[in-house]
Design a protein around this ligand. Structure first.
Ligand code: MRU
Length: 376
C-alpha cells in the first residue's frame, strides 16, 4: 500500500505525501506560521529545495524523489517508449541534484533510483511500469528514513550512556536542525537527543541559534518545545562559555557529507563547536545515516561547500526580513564547513557507531562489515 505520511505519529512533518500528492511544510515561515506548499513536479521540488522551503540532508533527498514521483504519477498518457520513460526520469533526477551541492544524500538517492530505473527497463512492457517502479522506490525512501533515524537515536543514546561517567545525566549541545523537519521524521542528532529524553537521562538539550538562517532558533527550538524536551537556546557565540561552565556532556551534530576519512561537512559553525569541544575535553559526535557518507571522497577537502545569498546575512530572518547590516558591505556566506575527523569522537549511524581504531576512522571497513551500500 502506498504510504500516507500524514497518518503516522504525532510529530512535526516536513513532508506530507500520499501517492500523486506532495505537500512540503514551508520551513521559512516557521515558527510563526504553519503553511504547507503543494509540490506538483520536479521543478516545484527544485525550487522548494533551493529556496529552503525544505532543508536538511535527508529531507531534501526524499522531497526531491517524491516531487518527481508525484509528477510521473499524474502523467495521463506518456507519449514515449519504456527507454524514453527511463531517460525522462534520469534527466529529472540530474536536474534535482543540481538544486543544492553539499548534502550527498540527494545525489546518493538519485544514483540508487537510477539503478532501480535501469533494472525496471528490462522487464517493463509499457512506460507506466517504469514510472510505477520509480514511485514505489521513492515511497520506500520515505518509509525507511524514519526507521533509520530511530536506529540512530537508539545506538547513539546507548553508546553515550556507555561512554559517560554519569550515564543517568546528560546535557547535549546541538547545532542547526536535524530533527523531524530535516528528515522524514524523528531526526538524526535530534533523534539521539529524543532517545536520551525517552530514557529519562537527558537533563537538558542546548540548541544554537545557527546564524544566518536560524535553523536552531526557528526550527530546533520549535521541535524541542513541541516535544516538551527540556531545552535552552543559546547564541552561536555563547557555545564556548557554556562548555567552559561545565554544562555540556556531549556535542552531537548532523552531517551533510562525510568523507571516507571521517571529515564531515555540516552547517556553518560546526567546526567552531568541534574546536571548542576539543579544548574543553567534551566528546563531539556526528549522527548521520550511511547515505550521508561519501566513500568516493578521501577527505573533506574535496567537498563542495555551497555559498548562499548575501541577503541571508544582511537581513533578518535568514534573508526573509528587513535589512539590518550596513549597505555596501561585502559578504561571505558559506552554508557549511568541514570538521576534520581528528575532532570527531564517533559517527553514529543506523547500523552502529563508527569509532576510531587508533587515530583514524576506517569507514570503508565499517560499511563493508554492515553490508550497506553507500555512495561509492
Ligand atoms: O542548510 P540546511 O538547513 O539544509 O543545513 C542542514 C544541516 O546542516 C544539517 O545539520 C544536516 O543537513 C543534517 S540534517 C539531519
Amino acid at each position: 500500500m502506498a504510504p500516507d505520511s500524514k497518518s503516522s505519529e504525532n510529530t512535526l512533518q516536513a513532508i506530507c505525501y500520499k501517492r500523486g500528492s506532495l505537500q512540503l511544510l514551508d520551513q521559512r515561515k516557521l515558527p510563526l506560521e504553519t503553511v504547507y506548499l503543494p509540490i506538483q513536479d520536479a521543478t516545484d521540488g527544485w525550487n522548494a529545495i533551493r529556496d529552503m522551503v525544505v532543508r536538511g540532508a535527508p529531507a531534501i533527498a526524499i522531497a526531491a524523489a517524491l516531487a518527481l514521483a508525484v509528477e510521473v504519477a499524474n502523467i495521463k498518457d506518456f507519449n514515449g517508449t519504456v527507454g524514453e520513460a527511463a531517460s525522462f526520469l534520469e534527466m529529472k533526477l540530474d536536474y534535482l541534484v543540481s538544486s543544492r551541492p553539499t548534502a550527498v544524500n540527494l545525489s546518493d538517492a538519485a544514483t540508487k533510483l537510477k539503478e532501480i530505473i535501469s533494472k525496471a527497463v528490462s522487464s517493463a512492457t509499457v512506460p507506466e511500469n517504469v514510472f510505477l517502479t520509480f514511485i514505489e522506490a521513492a515511497e520506500v525512501m520515505l518509509e525507511d528514513d524514519v526507521a533509520s533515524n530511530k536506529a540512530i537515536g537508539s545506538y547513539g543514546a546507548n553508546f553515550l550512556q556507555q561512554q559517560q561517567k554519569n550515564p543517568m545525566r546528560f546535557s547535549v549541545l546541538t547545532h542547526c536542525n536535524t530533527g523531524s523537519l530535516a528528515t522524514a521524521g524523528y531526526g538524526t542528532a535530534l533523534g539521539v537527543i529524543r532517545a536520551l529524553h525517552a530514557k529519562g537521562v537527558l537533563e537538558r538539550a542546548y540548541c544554537t541559534e545557527t546564524r544566518p538562517f536560524n535553523q536552531g532558533s526557528r526550527l530546533t527550538a520549535f521541535e524541542l518545545v513541541h516535544e516538551k524536551i527540556p531545552a535552552t537556546l543559546i547564541a552561536d557565540s555563547a557555545a564556548a562559555a557554556l562548555m567552559k561552565e561545565g554544562r555540556v556532556s556531549a556535542v552531537i551534530v548532523g552531517a551533510d557529507r562525510v568523507a571516507s576519512n571521517g571529515d564531515t561537512a555540516n552547517k556553518i559553525g560546526t567546526y567552531s563547536l568541534a574546536l571548542c569541544a576539543m579544548y574543553h575535553h567534551i566528546p563531539f559526535y556526528v549522527a548521520a545515516p550511511l547515505s550521508s557518507i561519501d566513500l568516493s571522497l578521501s577527505s573533506g577537502q574535496e567537498i563542495i561547500i555551497e555559498e548562499r545569498s548575501a541577503k541571508e546575512l544582511l537581513n533578518t530572518r535568514g534573508g526573509l526580513g528587513e535589512q539590518v547590516a550596513a549597505s555596501g558591505i561585502s559578504v561571505w556566506n558559506p552554508a557549511f564547513d568541514v570538521t576534520p575527523a581528528n575532532l570527531i569522537a564517533g559517527i553514529i549511524t543506523e547500523k552502529g557507531v563508527i569509532t576510531k581504531s587508533g587515530d583514524a576512522f576506517d569507514i570503508k571497513d565499517f560499511v563493508k562489515k554492515v553490508g550497506c551500500n553507500s555512495s561509492v
